[in-house]
Design a protein around this ligand. Structure first.
Ligand code: MOS
Length: 754
């Protein structure tokens, strides 16, 4: 394999299709005989439906059907994650009249046009027997429960040193203790592309264009809910307009649409409205996290206690493993305890959201570390380096590759950390208070079984195909880059294919897993295809290499060479009358999983300013250093990290779903009121990679990078806000009103006034 293309900045091979509007997303599909679905959703959060009047809707021109719990389509239970699915929704809609959250599916109107379906939906009236919903921490705590497991481990993990009977004793024995509680609201993924599905039946066979991060798992889930064999379902999703986890599992509007299409003998397309995106396709749970850190005066950690309360819904459990994925492993402390409790609310089902567990957990842990550093009067980076873990706590296995200290040091140097004044509120620029902050970044490296087909074609091109996905992350281009280097061909000669469940199976693109899983299979399939090619050219009389010995013939730079002859593989295939030679290979992780821990790490820095009178926070610049193994595409890798950072800016300063306690309705389920970071909110972002291949993890040495970019950013921002103002906001997002009043009680400013 060459490395001509790996690690260089490459343009997206699908870029032109996207910017010219030719990339077809599931909602863009048009076909003969297409009808349009529009979902009816509940306007109460708890109770049951007493009656629905659909007569007005049914009389509307163009309406084909109105499905409700009183006129349902038969759907079956969804699979849970133990059944090979993606822990999508389990409870099928319309099978009973119960209401468990505001915005729940209570019907589907199908009409000849989208407008007819939407307008008819507005004519349906629904009567409810309404109960008071659970939509606050206060009311939810009555039903709190402990999950059976958190990420395969117990809900409470205690790693205590000998002679220490409890984490609280370790805290009591600590000379310096930091005890703080951090809160965050529900967050929504809000990808640009809303969820959409277009279902086409041919006899008993379903072809479904579905916005998903996992075509293979989606196929299995859909088949189960529709009560058909998975071989009868083909899921297509070549382009995803942003996923962030909400497209990582199946949501019930999709099989409901397919069932309607089956019943009506029509193709049906359903696209969710932006408001429906808040209640039908998941969110990140709300959290209350209590961090207690015990340290010696020199900063050595003696106790890390991290207790998490996270919300779930009454219809779907999802554990936001904020402590188990962070405090449980980031720092070496002689004593560590993490624990988790779940609190059900009447909201739609929660799910993975970019860096699940890590993003919220690192907000709490990395703010607490900053608070501890301030208390100890130790530099925050020094405190982190002092407590850097060389082995995975409690398991005592090393990391396959870990360069976190280098991240801190390189980041500090590139950012200019030495210019930071540790005294909060000390730096002013007119009406602006200026601060710097930093935090560690962390995300596990996942790899699973994946298969790839490599097909060398007589026209001199090569197809590299797999049922993986590109969420906008760059998988199309990764297939091309790694295919090109594995086959020693220019990128332009590679034809990637993905997003089709009929291709060799690959995992769901979640947990930053695709590059690490799929690239080893590309390398294997490429080697197999080359071997097959050589066998063919030795055996065929028409081949220039006919009769030569296998060991005398090699594949090099897209050519077959041997016996003083050299020919492009395409021309030889043509000469022997073959259209192509192909190989499918599978690759999966091996025994290394028992001997090592696999994580990516990083350090993130920011400088910002806070307006003294308005509390407005403006970011000035951001520096990130990431230790993610081999960089496959430098351009897309930077873009992934920047994307994560933009997500982190939103999480810290702007985003947050406002759940009305009395009604269980989101008060800001739209893009005017749910603010995501836009260009004007994002300053210059500097991204560096350590670029040390992690070849214990996989042959290419590449760990995933889709999620780690967000993980340190929220805490780095909160810590910089503290450094600027002296105010600790432990309740996200950091809105201006939470910072005000600023000014008169500020040490630096009162000094200036004196
Ligand atoms: Mo990502 S939240 O694992 O799709």
């Amino acid at each position: 394999m060459t490395t001509k293309n790996i690690g260089k900045p490459q343009d997206r091979v699908d870029g032109k299709l996207k910017v010219t509007g030719r990339a077809m997303y599931p909602g863009d599909r048009r076909m003969e005989n297409l009808a349009y679905g529009y979902l009816l959703t509940s306007t109460v959060a708890k109770g049951s439906i007493r009656a629905m009047d659909t007569s007005g809707a049914e009389r509307t021109r163009g309406v084909l059907a109105v499905y409700t719990p009183f006129n349902p389509l038969k759907l079956y239970r969804g699979l849970d994650s133990s059944e090979g699915a993606n822990s999508g929704e389990i409870q099928p809609p319309l099978q009973d009249a119960r209401i468990l959250n505001y915005g729940q599916i209570i019907g589907l109107v199908v009409a000849e046009s989208f407008e007819q379906a939407r307008d008819a939906a507005a004519l349906v009236t629904t009567q409810y027997d309404e109960d008071n919903p659970v939509a606050s921490w206060e009311t939810g705590m009555e039903n709190a429960f402990t999950p059976e497991a958190v990420g395969g481990e117990s809900a409470t993990i205690k790693i205590l040193s000998e002679g220490v009977s409890s984490i609280d004793d370790a805290i009591k024995d600590s000379p310096v203790v930091l005890d703080a509680t951090y809160r965050e609201p529900i967050y929504h993924h809000n990808p640009m592309e809303p969820h959409a599905t277009t279902a086409v039946w041919q006899g008993d066979r379903l072809t479904i264009y579905d916005a998903t991060q996992g075509v293979v798992a989606q196929r299995l889930d859909l088949a189960a809910v529709l009560g058909i064999d998975e071989d009868m379902v083909r899921v297509l999703c070549p382009f995803v307009g942003g996923g962030f986890g909400c497209k990582g599992s199946m949501w019930m509007f999709s099989p409901l649409t397919a069932a309607a299409a089956r019943a009506l003998g029509r193709s049906v397309k359903t696209i969710l409205t932006r408001e429906q995106m808040f209640t039908l396709v998941g969110h990140r749970p709300a959290l209350i996290q209590r961090l207690t850190l015990g340290a010696k005066p020199d900063g050595t950690l003696q106790a890390v206690k991290h207790d998490v309360r996270s919300t779930v819904s009454f219809s779907k459990v999802f554990v936001e493993a904020a402590a188990h994925r962070t405090s449980r492993l980031l720092y070496k402390s002689t004593n560590i305890q993490v624990s988790q409790t779940l609190v059900p609310w009447n909201v739609g089902g929660p799910t993975f959201m970019r860096a699940p567990g890590c993003a919220p957990g690192m907000f709490a842990l990395e703010c607490a570390m900053d608070e501890l550093a301030a208390k100890l009067r130790i530099d925050p980076i020094e405190l982190r380096i002092k407590n850097n873990a060389e082995v995975f706590p409690g398991k005592n296995v090393p990391w396959s590759s870990k360069n976190l200290v280098e991240c801190y040091q390189l980041g500090a140097q590139k950012f200019g950390w030495s210019k930071r004044n540790p005294e909060p509120g000390a730096i002013r620029d007119g009406d602006w208070l200026v601060g710097m902050g930093m935090a560690s970044a962390l995300y596990p490296a996942h790899r699973s079984q994946a298969s790839v087909k490599v097909r060398l074609q007589a026209d001199g091109t090569a197809e590299v195909s797999s049922a993986t996905q590109d969420l906008g992350t760059g998988t199309w281009t990764v297939l091309a880059i790694v295919g090109a280097d594995s086959l020693e061909l220019p990128i332009e000669k590679i034809r990637p294919e993905l997003g089709d469940s009929a291709l060799p199976h690959a995992p769901t693109s979640g947990g930053s897993t695709s590059v690490a899983s799929v690239t080893p299979a590309i390398q294997r399939a490429a080697e197999s295809a080359k071997r097959k090619l050589i066998q063919f050219v030795l055996r065929d009389k028409r081949s220039p290499f006919f009769g030569m010995r296998a060991e005398d013939v090699v594949y090099r730079d897209g050519k077959i060479e041997g016996g003083g002859k050299s020919a492009d593989f395409g021309s030889v295939l043509t000469a022997i009358g073959r259209g192509a030679v192909e190989a499918v290979e599978m690759a999966e992780p091996g025994e290394e999983e028992q001997k090592y821990a696999f994580h990516s790490f990083g350090a993130q820095f920011c400088e910002l300013r806070v307006n003294r009178w308005t509390g407005e926070v403006r970011l000035q610049r951001i520096t990130s250093v990431m230790d993610i193994g081999t960089v496959v595409n430098l351009k897309a890798a930077r873009s992934q990290i920047i994307g994560g950072i933009v997500f982190g800016i939103g999480m810290a300063l702007l985003e947050g779903s406002v759940l009305e306690e009395k009604t269980g309705r989101y008060g800001n389920a739209n893009f005017a009121d749910y603010l995501v970071a836009t260009n004007a909110d994002v300053p210059y972002v500097d991204v560096y990679f350590i670029d040390k291949p992690d070849t214990i993890f996989n042959p290419l040495g590449a760990r995933g990078i889709g999620e780690i970019g967000i993980t340190g950013m929220p805490a780095a921002i909160a810590n910089a806000v503290y450094n600027a103002t002296g105010n600790r906001v432990r309740d996200f997002p950091i809105l201006p009103e939470k910072l005000l009043p600023l000014g008169l009680n500020q040490p630096a400013i009162s000094m200036a006034l004196r």
